[in-house]
Design a binder for this molecule. Structure first.
Ligand code: GNR
Ligand code: NI
Length: 169
């Protein structure tokens, strides 16, 4: 296993559209294991392949208290079940240090494949619903800062750019 480095906003690679996974081979199993190690170490509750510069439709997640319920979503699709919305203070490993309220659908059904290619579905109205929508956005090149005002987003961009420059000197 190995830790992967996480791309940070405003890295343009975070805007890449992920392609469907077609082969559930050893390389995919290795990437999944490395993504879990990276997510748990961060620590975070979810990680999309986009964030580790792998542009395929793969998400890992663990929203459990004990961090003992790993979930893998491959080629995921979300269906919004009704009109109900909910706001939550979101953070992102690709936007470190910033938390802002984002409004999303409350009740969703996700259909996906597991690490072996078996199809499954889950319905949720809580943290899994919030997290899966946040992660599927990553696979489309979208970040939670895109839902904020341009003023807030630009402030976050400037501060992260400054921090990145400091890291590189
Ligand atoms: O660790 C994470 N926490 C979180 C909190 C609120 C809403 C979404 C998230 S996902 C985030 C990890 C991450 O950046 N996944 O893409
Ligand atoms: Ni994120």
């Amino acid at each position: 296993m190995s830790l992967l480095s996480i791309l940070e906003f405003p890295d343009p690679r975070l805007r890449t559209l992920a392609k469907p996974v077609e082969s559930f081979d050893d390389a995919l199993q290795q990437l999944i294991d490395d993504m879990f190690e990276t997510m748990y170490e961060a620590p975070g509750i979810g990680l999309a392949a986009t964030q580790v510069d792998q542009h395929i439709q793969l998400i890992v997640m663990d929203i459990s208290e004990e961090k003992d319920q790993p979930l893998v979503f491959i080629n995921p699709e979300v269906e919004v079940l009704d009109d109900e919305l909910e706001s939550y203070d979101e953070g992102c490993l690709s936007v470190p240090g910033y938390y802002e309220s984002v409004t999303r659908a409350r009740n969703i059904k996700v259909t996906a494949q597991d690490r072996h290619g078996e199809k499954f579905e889950m319905t949720d109205n809580g943290m899994l619903a919030i997290c899966i929508q946040h992660e599927i956005d990553h696979l489309s090149g979208k970040l939670f800062v895109d839902y904020l005002s341009p003023l807030k987003r630009n402030r976050i961009r400037s501060k992260l750019e400054k921090a990145h420059k400091k890291q590189n000197r």
